[in-house]
Design a protein around this ligand. Sequence first.
Ligand code: NAD
Ligand code: TYD
Length: 349
Amino acid sequence: MKILITGGAGFIGSHVTRRFLTNYPAYKIYNLDKLTYAGNLENLKDIESNPNYQFVLGDIVDASFINNLFSTHSFDAVVHLAAESHVDRSITNPLEFVFTNVIGTVNLLNAAKNSWKENFEGKMFYHVSTDEVYGSLGLEGFFTESTSYDPHSPYSASKASSDHFVRAYHDTYGLPIVISNCSNNYGSFQFPEKLIPLCIHNIKNNKSLPVYGDGKYTRDWLWVEDHARAIDLIFHKGKNGETYNIGGFNEWQNIDLIKELCRIMDEKLDRPKGTAEKLITFVKDRPGHDLRYAIDASKINRALDFTPSVKFEEGLEKTVEWYLSNDEWMNNVTSGNYKKYYEAQYTNR
Ligand code: NAD
Ligand code: TYD
């Protein structure tokens, strides 16, 4: 089986690529990635010489490139993760999100449809999406697979649009598809613009911890390798045309999560208790900030017997340990582009 993974050099994509190569030696995996600021081939150093792995540098927005790639390789399946993924960046530059997340996804759908020539036996287009398409919850309730879409940020609007296109290709052309909508992921290889690696990096370097608004915003956190395992399960056992929500049943207010991180970091860095918490700084809120995300993951639990394997406190500690012992990775990503972006984002906040 020839599988095209898009965005394999990113955070989640690198875990999915590694898992597929390790667990399925009969698969040939092509990792198509543009290597934007978030794409980092260092994330895949340990598997890059695997004979079943091939990296392809390219942009999903470039339709003729994508069509040629599909003609050359005759893929059997696509696992589509490539995206612009950071809400704050989407507020600064929404169009980039339309290009990659919407047009890029439609280019892939077209290429798959045309290359499979409407003989869809044994083929699958797996679209990896987010719970943010459902909008924001109040203090009660959960997102189910039938919750109406109500995106608020340019990021979530672009992901919602891509989900609609994927379903439209299923309904209109019969393209075999599955979609999963997952909650916030954490773990190794996450670009340090997202909350957890950003705070780990800042605590280590005694820099302030920017908490948006009052810090009471709530997210449902899932260990990234559990997400990769869920994707594996859905890819192999999910039903054509279905959507699966993936979550951790693990809600944390940002401020509590940051305090827990501070506690772990003080311990690991051998600093007096309370040192890291002094770095907490409340800053201007994110516009359109969604109050709460929480996934009802009972469908994937029932249908595919999926439950998260890693308890959050344990996963957070492992995550801290990973970043602290991978200085070189962190130094490489925090130089260059990231720094410029960081300054633009946080100066005057
Ligand atoms: P990421 O930003 O770490 O990685 C995205 C990858 O896509 C990068 O390697 C980047 O180079 C690549 N890419 C971007 N634009 C491209 C283009 N035009 N052509 C080809 N490649 C391109 O993102 P992530 O956090 O790993 O998220 C992966 C997917 O999972 C996304 O679709 C995201 O919406 C979804 N998701 C993420 C989370 C999360 O918590 N991070 C949760 C649920 C769903
Ligand atoms: P983030 O990691 O950007 O993920 P998302 O916006 O997709 O949920 O942010 C997680 C939460 O943390 C979100 O409520 C915004 C908040 N946040 C901060 O308070 N400070 C920060 O510096 C960042 C990056 C996020």
